[in-house]
Write a protein that binds this ligand. Structure first.
Ligand SMILES: [Cu+2]
Length: 282
């Protein structure tokens, strides 16, 4: 806060009060209390009114002064830099508040309940519940290993996101694949399939009803037929989202197919950087 405020004051003292003042008032409506802006304007006004105009001694001096005007190029440059800095700062602050708003939606009253408890089995056949996700951010994807094109494409993207996030902010993201096709996707099928994409991805399967319940909890459309005979072919339809969950198990944001891996990684990293509580890095 101290940098842009100083910049604001510098801009005002340069005498360009009207333009910058109007701009900062517009940009800062949610970042700086109005009282503080009023105070700064008052200070600037005082500075204006108490400074006595300096009389020119000679006509030459007066002429020289009038050529450059009241503002030197240095003052102009400083003003442009200060203004640019302010705009960049408020843009950043606006984005941060927007992320906070999205996050708070799932924390407060009337939160859209996405996610919740589940009791599944990982790719090594070990039990895995929602508690195993706590302490890190998690990126949850629902799909199935027989998926002809969409899942492979999305999992390739997921692998890219994992690497980018890991490189930039450390090992604080758990990527999770939950099958919508438990009849065919056994722990071992998941294991063989997922290692083609990224070694970090945890593959979960489970009882049909438990998978169905988990899909419902994450608002994932589930269409797997209940009683399939071995070898019988069938289609599985599913929603295509990456669900970003925070270290306390709360839903943060759903990342759709319109995101490139880089855009998705940037968004995930921003949320991770906003997180102020402890994070597991193992
Ligand atoms: Cu798929």
């Amino acid at each position: 806060m101290s940098v842009p405020r100083t910049a604001l004051r510098t801009g005002i003292q340069l005498g360009l009060r009207t333009t910058l003042g109007a701009q900062s008032a517009k940009l800062s409506s949610h970042a700086i209390p109005r009282a503080s802006i009023a105070r700064q304007t008052l200070q600037a006004r005082k500075a204006f009114h108490t400074t006595a105009p300096r009389p020119y001694k000679t006509i030459q001096e007066a002429k020289a002064k009038s050529k450059t005007g009241p503002f030197s190029w240095k003052a102009g440059l400083l003003f442009v830099l200060a203004g640019g800095g302010l705009i960049a700062y408020f843009r950043y602050e606006k984005q941060r508040l927007e992320r906070q708003r999205i996050r708070d939606m799932s924390k407060g009253i009337g939160k859209p309940k996405v996610g919740g408890s589940f009791n599944l089995i990982d790719q090594d056949g070990k039990p895995f519940t929602e508690k195993d996700l706590l302490g890190k951010f998690s990126l949850v994807y629902f799909g199935f290993t027989h998926c002809p094109d969409i899942c492979p494409e999305e999992l390739d993207k997921m692998a890219e996101m994992i690497d980018m996030v890991k490189k930039d902010v450390g090992n604080v993201l758990l990527p999770v694949f939950i099958t919508c096709d438990p009849a065919r996707d056994t722990p071992d099928v998941n294991k063989q399939y997922l290692k083609e994409f990224h070694p970090d991805i945890i593959g979960l399967t489970g009882e049909y009803d438990e998978i169905k319940r988990t899909c419902k909890a994450y608002r994932v459309y589930f269409s797997t037929p209940p009683h399939v005979k071995p070898g019988q072919d069938y289609l599985v339809d599913h929603s295509i989202y990456f669900y970003l969950m925070d270290p306390e198990g709360d839903f943060v944001e759903a990342i759709g197919r319109n995101f490139t891996p880089k855009q998705a990684a940037d968004l995930i990293e921003s949320h991770i950087k906003d997180w102020t509580k402890p994070l597991r890095k193992d």
